[in-house]
Design a protein around this ligand. Sequence first.
Ligand code: ADA
Ligand code: CA
Ligand code: CA
Ligand code: CA
Length: 204
Amino acid sequence: FAQVFVGVFGWSRADAKTITSTIVVKAGETYDGKGETIVAVGMGDGSQNENQKPIFKLEKGANLKNVRIAAPGCDGVHCYGNNTITNVVWEDVGEDALTVKGEGSVTINGGAAYKASDKVFQLNKACTFTVKNFTADGFGKVIRQNGGSTFKCTIYIENCTFKNGKECVARTDSKTTQLYYRNMSTSNVKTNWMFPSSSQIHTY
Ligand code: ADA
Ligand code: CA
Ligand code: CA
Ligand code: CA
């Protein structure tokens, strides 16, 4: 990529927008990046350190579309429920790509995530979580319900391609969470599901 000098930050991608704090999207609003690439400065290093800042905070009922998140991915996108994320690409996932932090539905439609050291999507609250028309390449797990949690998530996976996964597509410790999938293709993924029971996995 072409490089430009930006103030105290040094060299940045010429096609990118530099941010130094979380972009907060309010209830009922949609942030449309129109294809822009975002580079975070001073918000985290994209490692597995848990104390990084999110690039976006989507309040309950806020939406996000047409954005590329460049390295460092920091703590990705925080969702507080009833959010749609359309055509968002994580070029190099940081600690994780997206976290559900409020109850409700969260839908990821289109886009892709690359180079996740561990998790892509982290579910920390009960939710209906849908991933469709999405690619993940390089990850530990695509979807992880917070370890040890027992609340119920309902997960849908549709028209997705998952490549190069060291652990699995989805993992939960909850006996009430249910997962439904169709038209999912995997290659070089260790195992699809890490659930308490295979009876929690369904096609639709
Ligand atoms: C780990 C950690 C949780 C939470 C989560 C996250 O699972 O144990 O407390 O921080 O990551 O949301 O990234
Ligand atoms: Ca984490
Ligand atoms: Ca990464
Ligand atoms: Ca995280």
